[in-house]
Ligand binder design. Structure first.
Ligand SMILES: [Fe+2]
Ligand SMILES: [Fe+2]
Length: 135
């Protein structure tokens, strides 16, 4: 049973970023399933590494985009991204020495979906306003 059952709620309407978000959530869902199946430390770490990599790629692209559209909350958004990157990194460190619990993975997905639902949707709102003003 995946952690996030329906992705539709989290669509922001920018196809490229929707795909990125879906990919990130998929990785967390898979990691969660692996944990339930009693995955080895090696498997868990490889998922966290994958998550770390794709998160960085997505955040970087999103930040470049926010800069390009002169998003007023660019700095704030970037800082929030940084917090998540640090969390993945500390989880990776933790996973090296102990078996991580599924609560931590639940926390990751809660953080990510909340970020998409609130902060990412907020820049889409800004973008829509901006485009309306141009018409
Ligand atoms: Fe974001
Ligand atoms: Fe995003």
């Amino acid at each position: 049973m995946p952690l996030v059952k329906s992705f539709n709620k989290y669509l922001i309407g920018i196809d490229r970023y929707d795909e990125h978000h879906k990919k990130l959530i998929d990785i967390i869902n898979e990691l969660y399933d692996e944990l339930l199946k009693g995955a080895s430390k090696h498997v868990i770490i490889s998922y966290l590494e994958k998550l770390d990599l794709y998160t960085k790629i997505h955040f970087q692209e999103e930040e470049d985009f926010l800069l390009k559209i002169n998003y007023p909350k660019y700095d704030e958004h970037k800082e929030i991204h940084q917090v998540f990157i640090e969390q993945i990194s500390s989880l990776k460190t933790k996973a090296e020495s102990e078996l991580i619990g599924k609560e931590l993975i639940k926390y990751l997905v809660t953080w990510l979906t909340k970020h998409i639902f609130e902060s990412d949707r907020e820049y889409v709102g800004f973008l829509n306003m901006k485009e309306k003003g141009r018409r």
